[in-house]
Ligand binder design. Sequence first.
Ligand SMILES: *Cc1c(COP(=O)(O)O)cnc(C)c1O
Length: 427
Amino acid sequence: MSETKEIYKNLGIDEDVYRLGETICSNLKERFDSIDKIAEYNQLKVLQAMQKAKVSEACLYGTTGYGYNDIGRDTLEEVYANVFHTEAALVRPQITCGTHALALALMSNLRPGDEVLSPVGKPYDTLEEVIGIRPSKGSLAEYGITYSQVDLLSDGSFDYDKIKAAINEKTKLVTIQRSKGYEPRKTLSVEQIGQLIAFIKGICPDIICMVDNCYGEFVETIEPSDVGADMVVGSLIKNPGGGLAPIGGYIAGKKECIENAAYRLTSPGLGKEVGASLGVLPSFFQGLFLAPTVVSSALKGAVFAANMMEHFGFSVIPDGNESRHDIIQAVTFGSKEGVVAFCKGIQAAAPVDSFVVPEPWDMPGYDSQVIMAAGAFVSGSSIELSADGPIKPPYAVYFQGGLTFPHAKFGILKAVQELKNSKVIRL
Ligand SMILES: *Cc1c(COP(=O)(O)O)cnc(C)c1O
């Protein structure tokens, strides 16, 4: 073990930082065991989904051009449908990111005059422009689709009275964001999402319930589609891509919802029949196969981070003991210096671009400057160890990912080291 200590030292970790990390890690054994149990279940779930869909070697070759009869693409979509227990799925490299997948799910299933309701407060920053909460070209608002929102109650629970009052004859789709995103609220458990969907369907069974599943996949043994969601939507450069998918998004759900999305993604009349997979299928299949254990590594990293940061008195969501429903760890530093130091530490721990220093900058889709730390193999991938924070009060950092736990652990030690070096904390 002294060799391990030595290599930490060579990588810039002081002895006191290393020791604290060891103490905290050794107290988390039981917690990590229960995370491993979930990974074991989900690994088998994915394997079973692949075997059931008869994934063959031929599925790993891609198509070019129109992509007619792309057996790998079609089989992958069947695998996703099997994993999420849905009728169908759309899983494509032509879906450029999570926001695109969500925009696609919304725009293809809504028509002028319809209303979309968010019963869980403000949606993710980039969706504000998709919906038109912030005016934007091509938004749902421009097409005459209205939006209403009911905030969560102060204890994080659903405001059922207001939700009931907000549902009207125009309400066509309800969007439920599982993860907290950049909001300082709690992430919803799949069970809670199920209760909300049951309430909404109880008022009007025809309302489409869509869940923004970003960062939530494989954190629990069930997914929102197991508790009544008509569509679950996410990004392949987050959890389900397992760190290997270089691009892509997915929508899994009811056949009709998926067809609508396919006709919108490609063209009316063409739908799922076109869309060459090029060379990405091996990474999509293998990434999904690895996703359960990659997610478990990221979760352990998040739990470790929460416990480390709590030790220094920073407020963390979720806290060190709470159950987890996504891979995101929020840490509130209360100062720009804290946010910047933390992100610098994460960057310095990266396998790629460890020598660059992140700075806050203006990002498209966000309403304040954002600092992002990511030395990722896949640009912008946040299943890889990464941290980002909008430069605005309460000066919180959102930390996520880690393809392996040892790397996530090292990232946190590096972040603590950086906080120590810049005198934000004292050991
Ligand atoms: C990341 C994320 C999105 C958007 O995904 P991008 O791939 O960044 O476009 C949407 N919602 C939530 C909750 C997310 O975490």
